[in-house]
Design a protein around this ligand. Structure first.
Ligand SMILES: C[S@@+](CC[C@H](N)C(=O)[O-])C[C@H]1O[C@@H](n2cnc3c(N)ncnc32)[C@H](O)[C@@H]1O
Length: 468
């Protein structure tokens, strides 16, 4: 970090940290740590990763790989996530092992949501929301890559959830904040910082919490987090929450060697991550239980939804494509998608009040008597392997495919093939005999010029990929 820290930030941190300030300042001049979280439905641990102690699937990497050139990143095998923010796992580990309905309110780009999707007990539902439309699209892409069918992405303002009173067992608010914890990796965060802005952030966080609060069920859990050190956006907001609502503290088990700083405000515990004490960036988290409130009953009878259960004939078109119980097939226009049967009524209800970006896993698009398999099906563990012929690609061909260049792998059969790299699905291509047609989404393709990397240089990069 070369940029000068703002004077009033430095003064506040000196007052906040006392003797520790020098070590803190020193840590800001060190390089940020690289870390990933592995998708346990697709892979195990990385070759040289050092475990992140508070997250079973989190690993620090010794050097930062050229992620864009790693097919596994595009296949949702891992997510590049800052280590401190993986701490939300500790809150989920306190919850009973029973189905949960979770709302991740400030979801994009999807670090917490992909993590939650992996942590949820069976038969749970995750609604991942993002208010900014362009960011909701990125959130949806990352969750599609992660592959869980029990997830839906919405693009709504927090107050839009107030109608669904008492519907969620867990509410995650990873709030937009002044970003002081990002100063080490993002110089823009320093440029945009001002004391006035931290106050505006604190007010906005209170508004967000107040607007969405009715959606949390009495007895439900709020996980509140920011990536800032500023007490106004952290402990002061906990105090405000304690006055605004009837809540009870939930403290998390802690190990001294993690270096997490525990704080307290109005009887509520907070957990702070400072880079001079914990291996990661700045972060704050608190967990509380809501003690009272209302729950609206889901209407028994609802007018028909935009989607409908697939007919027997439509289901027959994708017979044998899916694995996993508890999923139903639905149809929206010409699209077939899989979604948990258990939450079909919720989906009908939620779509009446919310803008749904995607729900479940798209199976494919019906074209006359055929269904063209959807890209997200290739990336989801619900795809039954062996249904389609598979072609294992070399690293060069995998990268060309992800760049949407033409590839000509060997294939005996015509029709749709599942393309894999090291047995991990990357997408689909149709063998027409003299060429392959790819249906890799244009907007997801690798955009950089890859020519200089093909062959030798790519092999060199491969040595640094986290999962080999
Ligand atoms: C800290 S980021 C979330 C990061 C995300 N949870 C993750 O782990 O990848 C905060 C998000 O809140 C969104 N946001 C901004 N203003 C908001 C508002 N008024 N209400 C709700 N969300 C807002 C931002 O667009 C941003 O995506």
């Amino acid at each position: 970090m070369a940029t000068q820290l703002p004077e009033s930030f430095t003064q506040r941190m000196q007052a906040q940290l006392g003797d520790e300030f020098e070590a803190f300042q020193q840590s800001l001049s060190e390089a940020a740590v690289s870390s990933i979280r592995v998708n346990s439905a697709k892979a195990q641990k990385p070759a040289n990763g050092i475990p992140v102690p508070w997250c079973q699937t989190g690993f620090y990497l010794e050097e930062r790989p050229f992620y864009t050139l790693d097919p596994f990143l595009h296949a949702g095998v891992y997510y590049v996530q800052e280590a401190s923010s993986m701490f939300s796992e500790q809150a989920f580990r306190q919850l009973p092992d029973e189905p949960l309905k979770v709302l991740d309110l400030c979801g994009a780009p999807g670090g917490k949501s992909t993590h939650i999707a992996s942590l949820l007990p069976e038969n749970s539902l995750l609604v991942s929301n993002e208010v900014i439309r362009s960011r909701a699209v990125i959130l949806s892409e990352n969750l599609k890559k992660w592959g869980n069918p029990n997830v839906m992405v919405t693009n709504n303002d927090p107050k839009d959830f107030a109608t669904f009173e008492g519907q969620f067992d867990v509410l995650v608010v990873d709030a937009p904040c002044s970003g002081e914890g990002l100063f080490r990796r993002d110089e823009n965060a320093i440029a945009e910082w001002s004391p006035e802005n931290t106050q505006l952030c604190a007010q906005r966080q209170q508004r967000i919490l107040a607007d969405v609060w009715p959606a949390l069920k009495p007895g439900g859990i709020l996980i509140y987090s920011t990536c800032t050190y500023n007490p106004g956006e952290n402990e002061e907001n906990l105090k405000w929450l304690n006055e605004f609502a009837n809540v009870e503290n939930i403290s998390l088990p802690m190990k001294a060697e993690w270096g997490v700083t525990e704080t307290e405000a109005g009887g509520l515990s907070g957990y702070r991550f400072y880079p001079h004490k914990t291996k990661g960036e700045g972060f704050f988290m608190a967990v509380v239980r809501k003690l009272d409130g209302q729950t609206t009953r889901m209407p028994r009878k609802m007018k028909s939804a935009a989607f409908s259960p697939a007919s027997r004939a439509e289901k027959a078109l994708v017979e044998g494509w899916l694995t996993g119980d508890n999923l139903d097939i639905f149809k929206l226009n010409d699209t077939l998608f899989a979604f948990p049967s258990k939450y079909a009524a919720e989906l009908t209800w939620l779509q009446k009040g919310l803008r749904i970006v995607h729900a479940g896993v798209k199976i494919g698009e019906q074209k006359k008597k055929e269904v063209v398999p959807a890209h997200e099906l290739a990336l989801s563990p619900i795809l039954k392997r062996g249904t389609f012929p598979e072609i294992e690609l070399t690293l060069d061909d995998a990268i060309k495919f992800l760049h949407r260049d033409e590839i000509r792998p060997e294939a005996k059969e015509r029709g749709w093939h599942l393309l894999t790299y090291r047995n991990i699905p990357l997408g689909w291509a149709k063998n027409l005999g003299n060429r392959f047609n790819s249906n890799y989404p244009k907007e997801w393709r690798i955009r950089m010029d890859i020519t200089e990397y093909l062959a030798e240089k790519l092999e060199e990069e491969k040595a640094k990929f986290p999962i080999r």
